[in-house]
Design a protein around this ligand. Structure first.
Ligand code: HEM
Length: 195
């Protein structure tokens, strides 16, 4: 019974985190995204990619604090959600901003520092998404954990990308940077035993 409740809760949490993506896609199809739909799609997908990434990094400290091992199954889901948003974010940019021109993409990556850093973050997320399965976890053994520490580097790159592109209001990147800083500190939390 307990397991069924846990599965339902997990399903509901993933469903809620998909609402912004489904909402943005529906808004795009129904032409309800305002004067600049591409900008709106880029913002929603970029922000949620970063939020889901931070949620992924929050799972291990939360598990240590609460002592609930069931939380670990959320880590993979949050990570895959972050990657889903990042793929959508990159696709919006590639298709609508660049007209699927890979030459423009290479130019942008080479010439615009915030795109270089965003692209590096996206590339860094790819092996993490591919190796997120249990079978890869078993196959890589201890190396899996070392590889997945890359998610902190991705977090830093994503925040630098965000910070670099904002023109005036730096609150958004500052809040996300503070959250990442706290999560890095929380890595030092001792594991709670007995539960
Ligand atoms: C292929 C790599 C990427 C490209 C080409 C890219 C491109 C862009 C562009 C063009 C914008 C909008 C700039 C503007 O409004 O002037 C943007 C915004 C943003 N991107 Fe990316 N990005 C990439 C990867 C990522 C990744 C991996 C993340 C997070 C994990 C991310 C998070 C964000 C955030 C948070 C914003 C700001 C959204 C807002 O203004 O509210 N990006 N990106």
């Amino acid at each position: 019974m307990q397991r069924r409740h846990e599965r339902l809760l997990h399903f509901a949490v993933v469903g809620v985190l998909l609402v912004p993506l489904v909402g943005a896609a529906a808004g795009g199809l129904l032409d309800r995204l305002g004067a600049n739909p591409v900008e709106q799609l880029t913002h929603v997908t970029g922000e949620w990619a970063l939020r889901c990434l931070l949620l992924t990094l929050a799972v291990t400290p939360a598990k240590r604090l609460l002592g609930w091992p069931g939380l670990l199954r959320y880590r993979r889901s949050f990570g895959l959600l972050a990657y889903t948003y990042a793929v959508a974010h990159f696709s919006v940019y590639l298709v609508f901003d660049l007209g699927f021109d890979l030459g423009f993409l290479l130019e942008d990556v080479a010439e615009r520092p915030y795109i270089t850093v965003g692209f590096a973050a996206f590339l860094g997320m790819t092996p993490l998404a591919v190796t997120s399965t249990r079978s890869w976890q078993r196959r890589l053994g201890r190396r899996w954990q070392s590889l997945h520490r890359l998610s902190y580097v991705v977090g830093v790159l994503a925040i630098v990308h965000f910070w670099w592109l904002v023109k005036a209001d730096e609150l958004g990147p500052a809040v996300h940077a503070a959250a990442l800083g706290l999560l890095l500190l929380a890595r030092r939390l001792p594991a709670r035993s007995g539960r």
